[in-house]
Design a protein around this ligand. Structure first.
Ligand SMILES: NC(=O)c1ccc[n+]([C@@H]2O[C@H](COP(=O)([O-])OP(=O)(O)OC[C@H]3O[C@@H](n4cnc5c(N)ncnc54)[C@H](O)[C@@H]3O)[C@@H](O)[C@H]2O)c1
Length: 259
């Protein structure tokens, strides 16, 4: 039995993953701003610190797995979007890393998004300020543009994972770190959007003609957390029913000029 923490545990993917892992016999410590074992607002520094303290107490300082899933698509609040999706996520990764170092075959998965490569345009400078670890400037650059801040925050998170996964604090410490990039999944985050999304096939194709299910994402997360996935390190795994492949069959990954 592994002890696994999940942020965003009260949401669609978080709840499905909690149920899946518990039915596989694991212990889950749910973290969310509501309805969770550990209630914390990951948009604030105080909330992030309190979360790390409380998880530490609950698991006696030892974690075997972590899913970093708390996130929003803040339509008119780009600033909150970067604070939760990137800075809250990175504070979770770095804050809980020492607990994972003491775990058994520890594995961590951050939830990015296929919007990183499929959204036609968005403000790359927001991702750059995130990766420069400047929350104030990232929030200013994101402003009220939640639609642009969402892929920017998820790009920065994916790049953070790829930069750190092979390094001494992660692979070198025996902790596997990977990112997944779901496409359109049927959860509260996407409620009411399917009709619109399914009607813009030229911009956002859905080759399978349906949204993904949270249980399908939970299955991928359960696999990546398991010892069976021991050779994954720094991966960015797209799971989107074919959207990314249909849009960009020959041009992945997008060249990045972030440094
Ligand atoms: N649903 C999709 O289509 C989709 C696609 C790609 C990526 N994702 C990502 O997957 C993750 C889970 O999304 P979901 O679809 O289950 O959405 P959801 O809205 O159902 O769940 C998100 C959870 O995050 C929590 N949360 C929000 N702000 C928080 C904060 N400040 N502190 C702590 N918790 C907070 C919410 O309370 C909620 O329970 C998110 O990171 C999302 O960006 C979702």
């Amino acid at each position: 039995m592994a002890t696994i923490a999940i942020t965003g545990s009260a949401g669609g993917i978080g709840r499905a993953t909690t149920e899946r892992l518990e039915s596989d016999g694991h212990r889950v410590i749910g973290i969310d701003v509501r309805d969770a074992d550990v209630t914390a607002d990951l948009s604030t520094e105080g909330g992030r610190r309190a979360m790390v303290r409380e998880v530490d107490e609950r698991c006696d300082g030892v974690l075997d797995g972590l899913v970093v899933g708390a996130g929003i698509q803040g339509k008119d609040d780009g600033a909150a979007t970067v604070s939760i999706n990137y800075f809250g996520a990175v504070a979770t990764l770095t804050g809980l890393r020492p607990l994972l170092e003491r775990g058994t075959q520890p594995s961590v998965v951050a939830i990015s998004s296929n919007s990183v490569t499929t959204q036609p345009s968005y403000p790359i400078e927001v991702a750059e300020w995130c990766l420069a670890d400047d929350e104030e400037r990232a929030r200013l650059a994101a402003g009220t543009d939640g639609i642009g801040a969402y892929p920017a925050s998820k790009l920065a998170l994916a790049v953070w994972v790829r930069r750190h996964a092979p390094g001494k604090d992660w692979a070198g410490a025996g902790i596997r770190l990977n990112a997944i990039a779901p496409g359109f999944i049927d959860t509260p985050l996407t409620e009411g959007l399917w009709e619109m999304v399914s009607s813009i096939g030229d911009i956002y194709p859905m080759p399978q003609g349906r949204p993904g299910e949270a249980t399908e994402v939970a299955g991928l997360l359960a696999y990546l957390l398991s010892p069976e996935a021991a050779f994954f390190c720094g991966a960015f795994l797209v799971m989107d029913g074919g959207t990314e492949a249909a849009l960009r069959p020959e041009s992945w990954p997008r060249p990045l000029a972030l440094d």
